[in-house]
Design a protein around this ligand. Structure first.
Ligand code: FAD
Length: 405
């Protein structure tokens, strides 16, 4: 029986364990993770869990008893520090050496550190782990002043929850629109407005200098023009970096993430990479890329498990993502990079609409706000080379089914 070692105990790793056992792998599995918790879902950390509406138990991929039951060895609170590909073994910080037949690297990603003065003050935080949000939540009480640095999905979701909890919230974004890295101007403008109407001070083209404090505690954010925005809490959300160093040092091919093939294998056929840390093949678009989503974590985990068990690869789904802010559920199907036309369908003022991204008349991707039906329909079209008539699409009374047929 093959010995499997999995590095990282996040969503991708958790799914890999479940799928390996489902597919009949009976050999030993060891899961190594540097966090204290067994695999859990991160999305609620900036949504329902932060808001206090979801109990911790609901975050876990599987209940604690599952791993024992399935004969999986958990090594939590332990970091893997080196990988010896010739000897096929991983060394942990404790000095323990774990031999493997197949290794799955699922080390995820980490928040980018902001290179400014005061970043180490008490009160300057990030939102990645359960521990992070457990530290943030007791401080996030009514009347406190929160400054969010970076208007990505996580920053904006946290801003929305904080407003709902009664905090004063400022969002600082260096670019000229929110969500600039991940979506189109029409969606950016919609979310800017939604946050402003909820009372968030959204500042675009913001030039931040650093953080100021007293006695080691944060008191404010200093701007380049000398203004100091008073703050009790700063949440830095300026993107993530893949945890690829272990793989890189072992000589595996890495670009932005650890390069993998269609079977989730790295440049070493006995080593797989899945989830946020992998630079995978995105079949629907015929190129590779690194995706930061639950869908990607789950799908790549299943691909790796199938390959290890000698089973057919699972059916692939289009890349998809979601974000919850206030009363708005955004769902994204596909990747919009390269679009030349964004067609809005529905009623933006009623917060119920979709945006269809086309390139040369061909459907690329969709953003849907409170329109799950359109999201489901569009997801099936991703990568199929479907041509859509923009004028017909705009007309909300036009029947999507007929248009696509
Ligand atoms: P991770 O979940 O990051 O797990 C990797 C684990 O490996 C971590 O615990 C890490 O500490 C550990 N590790 C790293 N290096 C080592 C080492 N050397 N030794 C041992 N352990 C190590 N996606 C969506 O699709 N929708 C959402 O709404 C959404 N919301 C999100 C909200 C938040 C606040 C965050 C943080 C993420 C969100 N995401 C969302 C993204 C999604 O959660 C990630 O894409 C997903 O968690 C990736 O899973 P992963 O297993 O690859 O990595």
């Amino acid at each position: 029986e093959q010995k499997i070692v999995i590095l990282g105990a996040g969503q991708a790793a958790g799914t890999a364990v479940v799928t390996l056992r489902q597919m009949g792998h009976e050999g030993p599995i060891t899961l190594v993770g540097d966090e204290a918790a067994p695999p859990y879902q991160r999305p609620p950390l900036s949504k329902a869990y932060f808001k206090g509406e979801l109990p911790e138990a609901r975050l876990y991929v599987k209940p604690a008893g599952f791993y024992d039951e399935k004969n999986v060895t958990l090594k939590l609170g332990q970091r893997a520090v080196s990988l010896d590909r010739t000897g096929k073994a991983v060394t942990l910080e404790s000095g323990e050496v774990l031999p493997y037949d197949k290794l799955i690297i699922a080390t995820g990603s980490r928040p980018r550190v902001i290179p400014v003065a005061g970043a180490d003050l008490d009160g300057v935080m990030v939102l990645r782990t359960l521990e992070d949000v457990d530290k943030l939540q007791p401080l996030a009480t009514r009347g406190k002043r929160l400054v969010v640095v970076g208007a990505g999905y996580i920053g904006l979701e946290a801003a929305a929850v904080a407003r709902q909890l009664g905090l004063e919230v400022t969002v600082l974004e260096a670019m000229d629109r929110v969500l600039a890295r991940v979506t189109s101007p029409v969606i950016s403008e919609f979310y800017q407005e939604a946050h402003r109407s909820a009372g968030v001070d959204v500042r675009l083209n913001a030039r931040m200098k650093g953080f100021v404090g007293e006695g080691g505690h944060l008191t404010g954010v200093e701007m380049e023009d000398g203004e100091v925005i008073p703050a009790d809490i700063v949440l830095v959300g300026i993107g993530i970096l893949p945890n690829q160093e272990l793989a890189e040092e072992a000589g595996l091919t890495c670009e932005n993430g650890i390069n993998t093939d269609a079977q989730a294998r790295t440049s070493d056929p006995d080593i797989y990479a899945i989830g946020d840390c992998a630079n995978r093949v995105i079949v629907q678009y015929g190129h590779r890329g690194r995706l930061e989503s639950v869908h990607n974590a789950i799908e790549t985990a299943k691909i790796a498990a199938a390959s290890i068990c000698g089973k057919p690869a699972p059916a692939l789904d289009a890349p998809w993502f979601w974000s919850d802010q206030y009363d708005m559920k955004l769902q994204t199907a596909g990747l919009l990079a390269g679009f030349d036309r964004a067609v809005v369908r529905g009623d933006m003022s009623a917060r119920k609409f979709s945006v269809w991204y086309l390139r040369d008349g061909e459907f690329l991707a969709l953003d849907a706000v409170n329109m799950p039906g359109e999201f489901m329909a569009a997801k099936r079209l991703v990568g199929k080379g479907v041509r859509l008539d923009a004028e017909a699409l705009k007309d909300p009374s036009s029947d999507l089914k007929l248009m696509i047929a």
